[in-house]
Every structure is written in C-alpha cells, then in structure tokens.
Design a binder for this molecule. Structure first.
Ligand SMILES: [Zn+2]
Length: 132
C-alpha cells in the first residue's frame, strides 16, 4: 500500500484497503465516507442517499475512537496522519464540501499542497504542525 493513514488520536489505521474511512456528519445525520487515499484526489464515496452540496461544512470523526478530526486552529480543516515512502506526515484537508485544499506537513514544515482552493488557507498553513 502506497499510503497508510491513521488517526492522530488513537493511531487506528483508517484505510484498511484503499479508501480512507471516516465518520462524516452534516446537521443531524452521520454516515461512513470513503476518501481517495492520494493527496490531491477528491473522489468521495458516500451512501447513495447522501447528497454532496458544495459549501456544506461536514464533520469528520475517527470511526474507531470517535474523536472529531477538526483542527484546533481552523474550524474549516481536519487532520489525519499519513505514512508513505517510509516517512510520517500529517495531512490537513478542508471539510467544506466541494472545496479542494489538502496540505501534507512534515516535521520540517510544508511538504506539498494540493487542490484549487489552497490559496484560501495561506494564513492557516503557518499553523499546520506535525511533531514526531
Ligand atoms: Zn481514533
């Protein structure tokens, strides 16, 4: 497997096959969602009756420990840990449906950013940290 994701809180593996499995929520509904494992790919797998409406702010939580994955410095970003190429990083991503903004942060700082909406998060990028 090229990318292995884990919960920053309980360390549970989040992509047992390929897609990252998270608990998603909007208003009073919750469901399981699958996210494409490649940073910068925005394919989302949702149950057939879930409508993805651009601009909705979804919540994302770990399916194992149930901790909300929202960051402490931005209400619009979530974070999960990623292991790839024998290195550990943290991935920050927008939780606004339809937005494409993903940041891979290493202990040294920003490693890569992906998506058409990254510029909207210039201020937040300075606060993205991954401490080993
Ligand atoms: Zn967890």
């Amino acid at each position: 497997m090229k990318w292995t994701y884990s919960c920053p809180h309980c360390k549970a593996m989040l992509n047992p096959q390929d897609a990252i499995i998270l608990v998603a929520g909007y208003k009073d509904r919750v469901w399981l969602v699958g996210l494409h494992p490649e940073p910068g790919e925005y394919e989302v797998f949702v149950p057939p009756d879930v409508k993805v409406t651009s601009g909705d702010r979804w919540s994302f939580a770990c399916p194992v420990c149930s901790v909300d994955l929202v960051t402490d410095f931005s209400n619009d970003l979530c974070a999960v840990d990623i292991h790839s190429d024998d290195e550990d990083h943290r991935v920050f991503f927008s939780r606004i449906a339809g937005e494409q903004a993903t940041f891979v942060i290493s202990a040294e700082g920003l490693r890569s950013k992906h998506g058409k909406d990254v510029d909207a998060y210039e201020q937040e990028t300075a606060q993205m940290k991954y401490l080993l």
